[in-house]
Design a binder for this molecule. Structure first.
Ligand code: SF4
Ligand code: SF4
Length: 398
């Protein structure tokens, strides 16, 4: 049984996903991802679970025997406004826990696909199984890995959650990566108060995402643009109501990156340039020349040291107190500072309406006792932390 890719993508739109791309389920390579090297640098900090299931993270056939396709879905979460105050939470944590929401949508998509393919089977993944979400989203043409170490989607920015359906069925079309569009911008790197973001010219390395240090440890390995390696085919963004940003790209348009006027950075006043657009169809990984491989190995790699990241410390660090040299910037859960600096996020589609009622609920959390905190956060991303961490984090904000 071969699945018709446009049907899958249309079904994804109808379920409510903002974007869908499909990648062939061939294993990620070290040049492409560099996960082992990232681990060897110790950037995983205290997240020992990141050292487990290394092979499965890069090879979906170890997760789903005979896997042929990884269907990647994005849900944007940029809110209509941001929470202020002395104890803020990262924007992805507003509202319903994205694990629950996306898992529900993935099952709805499976049901929709079975309308046409009754035998369809797939494993739904939302950050809770060892699969590298960002890398698969990149492979599926849904964005690039920015210097903020996150997937950056042209429409949603880095404000997007990722889910996957790993299936043993092939599709009739596969997507391939789009160009990295960070250009010369370093706004996220410059904005980080803890100097957690950097770039390396060392051999390919990667690290986990800072903004979604979640149940399985995020599986957010980083990669960086690979200059001028090859062309890329169409990208596969699909959108739903509210965003109205239907994207398309063609091979002829590779150099037509977002308007340079549009994407000036806030923190550094640098204008993005796109002189070394990189594209990297994974289907050609094994066909690179030696010179291209050397270029890959010498390309700057975005690095995030979780030891220096406020998001890691507010969520994953369970110690009684936090390192005094880690600046929380008023965030008591997660940290959005580097994402707020990104020009793609400033122009990103709003996907979540923050109401006065939501704001009130979040504000009431500040003084919640352990029982109230547990109850109020049960179906939110904040259920990742204990009440004692919440209190510690708030005190550290002051
Ligand atoms: S989440 Fe905060 S601390 Fe972590 S890299 Fe971004 S700005 Fe720095
Ligand atoms: S702020 Fe955004 S566009 Fe600029 S380097 Fe970081 S991820 Fe790329």
């Amino acid at each position: 049984m071969e699945l018709h890719a446009p049907f899958i993508k249309q079904a994804a739109i109808e379920v409510g996903f903002d974007a869908c791309g499909i990648a062939a389920a061939t294993p990620l390579t070290e040049e492409e991802w560099g996960y082992n090297e990232w681990l060897s640098n110790g950037y995983q900090a205290g997240m020992a679970f990141m050292e487990q299931h290394r092979d499965m993270r890069s090879d979906p056939t170890l997760l789903v025997p005979g896997a042929k396709s990884v269907i990647v879905l994005l849900v944007g979460y940029k809110p209509s406004q941001t929470m202020q105050g002395p104890a803020r939470i990262a924007q992805y944590a507003y509202g319903e826990d994205y694990h629950e929401r996306i898992k529900r949508m993935l099952f709805q998509l499976i049901t929709a696909i079975r309308d046409r393919y009754p035998d369809f089977e797939a494993k739904p993944c939302v950050d809770t199984v060892p699969i590298s979400d960002k890398q698969w989203a990149r492979r599926a043409g849904l964005g690039w890995i920015g210097r903020n170490t996150l997937l950056v989607n042209p429409t949603l920015g880095s404000y997007c959650n990722i889910g996957e359906l790993v299936t043993p069925y092939p599709t009739d079309q596969y997507d391939t990566p789009i160009a990295n569009r960070c250009g010369d911008c370093h706004a996220c790197v410059d904005a980080c108060p803890n100097h957690a973001l950097s770039e390396s010219r060392a051999n390919s390395s990667a690290m986990p995402s800072h903004s979604m240090v979640t149940t399985e440890g995020s599986n957010h390995a980083l990669s960086e643009s690979r200059a001028n390696l090859s062309a890329m085919p169409s990208q596969s963004i699909v959108t739903t109501e509210g965003s109205n940003h239907a994207l398309s790209e063609s091979r002829a348009n590779l150099s037509a990156m977002p308007s340079q006027n549009m994407v000036t950075t806030e923190g550094s006043n640098k204008v993005l340039t796109h002189s070394h657009i990189s594209t990297f169809p994974h289907s050609q990984i094994n066909e690179l020349t030696n010179s291209q491989i050397n270029e890959l190995k010498n390309s700057p790699i975005p690095l995030l040291d979780a030891n220096r990241c406020a998001s890691y410390h507010t969520i994953e660090n369970c110690a009684d107190s936090l390192p005094p040299d880690i600046h929380l910037s008023k965030f008591a859960f997660g940290c959005d500072i580097c994402q707020l600096a990104c020009p793609y996020n400033q122009s990103a589609a709003v996907r979540y309406q923050l109401t006065d009622e939501h704001k009130k609920e979040l504000e009431e959390l500040r003084d919640a006792d352990p029982t109230a905190f547990k109850h109020a956060t049960k179906h939110t991303a904040l259920n990742r932390i204990r009440h004692s961490q919440w209190i510690r984090n708030q005190n550290s904000c002051r």
